[in-house]
Design a protein around this ligand. Sequence first.
Ligand SMILES: CCC1=C(C)/C(=C/C2=NC(=C\c3[nH]c(/C=C4\NC(=O)[C@H](C)[C@H]4CC)c(C)c3CCC(=O)O)/C(CCC(=O)O)=C2C)NC1=O
Length: 161
Amino acid sequence: MQDAITAVINSFDVQGKYLDGAAMDKLNTYFQTGELRVRAATTISANAATIVKEAVAKSLLYSDITRPGGNMYTTRRYAACIRDLDYYLRYSTYAMLAGDPSILDERVLNGLKETYNSLGVPSGATVQAIQAMKEVTASLVGMDAGKEMGVYFDYICSGLS
Ligand SMILES: CCC1=C(C)/C(=C/C2=NC(=C\c3[nH]c(/C=C4\NC(=O)[C@H](C)[C@H]4CC)c(C)c3CCC(=O)O)/C(CCC(=O)O)=C2C)NC1=O
C-alpha cells in the first residue's frame, strides 16, 4: 500500500530527482488536511454501523433485492451484504487517511468483480448502496471531509463497474 507521501517520493526517486514545486504543493495540501482526515476517521469509526444501516435503508431496503429471489434475501445473504458495505466503508476510511487509493486495489477490488459475478451479486445495486453511503457519510463529517471520502467511494464504484 502507498500513501500520498510515498507516492510522490517514489515517483521522484525513480528519476533520481528532488521534489519539484508542484510535488511540494501536493504534500503541503496533504499535511494541511491531516487534522481534517483524522477527525473524519474518528467520526466515521464511531458511527460505522449507523452509516451502513442508513445507506441500506436509503438504497436497498424494500426493493426486489431484499424479497424472495433477490440477492439479499435470507439473513445469511443480508448479513453478507451489510458486511461488504462495512468493508467498503472501513477501507475507504483507510484510503482517505492515506490520501491514496492503492489499498483499495490491493485489499478490496482485487478479484471482487469476478467473485460478485460468480455469486450473482448485483454490482449496480452495490454501487447504489455505496453512493448512498457516500451521502450519509458526507452529512455526518461535513462537506470537505465528505468530498475526500467520496473520492474513495467512487474509486470502489468504478472498480465494480
Ligand atoms: C475486505 C475485502 C472483501 C470483500 C470486498 C469481500 C466481498 C465478498 N462478498 C461476498 C458475498 C456476498 N456479497 C453480497 C452483497 C450484496 N448482495 C446484494 O444484493 C447487495 C446489492 C450487496 C450488498 C451491498 C452477498 C449477498 C453475498 C453472499 C452471496 C451468496 O453467497 O450467495 C463474498 C463471497 C464469500 C462470502 O460470502 O463471504 C466476498 C468475497 N470479501 C472480502 O474479504
